[in-house]
Design a protein around this ligand. Structure first.
Ligand SMILES: Cc1cc2nc3c(=O)[nH]c(=O)nc-3n(C[C@H](O)[C@H](O)[C@H](O)COP(=O)(O)OP(=O)(O)OC[C@H]3O[C@@H](n4cnc5c(N)ncnc54)[C@H](O)[C@@H]3O)c2cc1C
Length: 101
């Protein structure tokens, strides 16, 4: 079979390009050296929990077209990122606010 594109890497970039090219009627072959798709955003289901194998990922965009696009392929959890730092037993919200007196 002949392909229009050989895409090396099935992360967000490769997967998006492959999907868009396929939608445009192109034949694509996606290869990856890892034994799974999704690149760094890959999750493994462990005891019923999606565990981010390569580190936690949060999807954020203020672009409605991007948001509508990704929602074609996955259901997202609502999540508000509100990290805190523990310094000598006191909790501080991040990012730190600087006060000038
Ligand atoms: C710990 C961590 C946390 C992050 N958190 C966030 C976050 O919260 N929000 C956010 O927006 N972004 C986050 N990022 C960034 C995000 O992961 C990347 O921007 C995104 O995954 C990049 O996608 P990509 O397709 O370009 O690359 P990748 O996801 O790295 O995919 C590339 C793929 O190509 C494959 N590949 C590479 N070379 C070859 C080869 N020679 N032959 C075959 N296959 C190959 C790799 O195996 C991989 O699967 C985080 C990154 C890390 C590491």
């Amino acid at each position: 079979m002949k392909y229009d594109y050989l895409i090396v890497g099935s992360g967000l970039y490769g997967a998006t390009f492959a999907q868009q090219a396929h939608t445009a009627g192109k034949y694509v072959l996606v290869i990856d050296k890892r034994p799974h798709i999704a690149g760094n955003v890959y999750t493994e289901r462990i005891e019923g929990i999606n565990v981010h194998k390569y580190g936690a990922h949060i999807f954020h965009t203020n672009n409605k077209a991007v948001w509508d696009y990704v929602n074609h392929f996955a259901t997202f959890n609502r999540f508000t990122n509100s990290p805190v730092a523990n310094y000598k037993g006191e909790l501080y919200s991040l990012p730190f606010k600087l006060f000038i007196y």
